[in-house]
Design a protein. Structure first.
Length: 139
């Protein structure tokens, strides 16, 4: 029997996932990290991207728009600004948001718009990666 840890993924709106896992992968601002049970305590900022939770029977993909990862030896908590299961993302809406952000960046008019659209573009790109990874997994 493999060692497990408890994982909670929570957004500002709701709890997205709560259960046991054998491993968790998360996108930190300093790079991708893999967490196993009994990992050293850690608190780190996350960037937009995909969080993957590997259980004994499956691997579940989530999208997070950023937030904080807290690791204790037997508990991992993902506190995300926004989070969703990858299978729940709407690919058409994500592509539309990405295209809008790219257009605004081409016609840059102010620093505020530029910063907001860079963030929107990063989120849309991360969501598309999560969707594509899920699609490739189900083939």
């Amino acid at each position: 029997m493999a060692m497990t840890m408890h994982v909670d993924i929570v957004s500002a709106e709701q709890e997205i996932y709560s259960g046991t896992a054998e491993m968790l992968f998360a996108p930190l601002t300093t790079g991708q990290v893999g967490i196993l049970p009994r990992h050293a305590p850690l608190i780190a900022r996350m960037k937009p991207g995909e969080v993957r939770v590997r259980t004994a029977t499956e691997e579940i993909d989530f999208y997070v728009s950023g937030g904080v990862l807290e690791v204790q030896p037997h508990v991992v908590t993902v506190l995300a600004d926004t989070a969703a299961r990858a299978k729940d993302l709407d690919e058409a809406k994500v592509k539309e948001a990405k295209q809008r952000a790219e257009e605004v960046l081409k016609n840059r008019q102010s620093e505020i718009d530029y910063a907001r659209e860079i963030a929107t573009l990063a989120e849309a790109t991360a969501q598309l990666r999560a969707i594509q990874r899920l699609r490739n997994k189900t083939k």
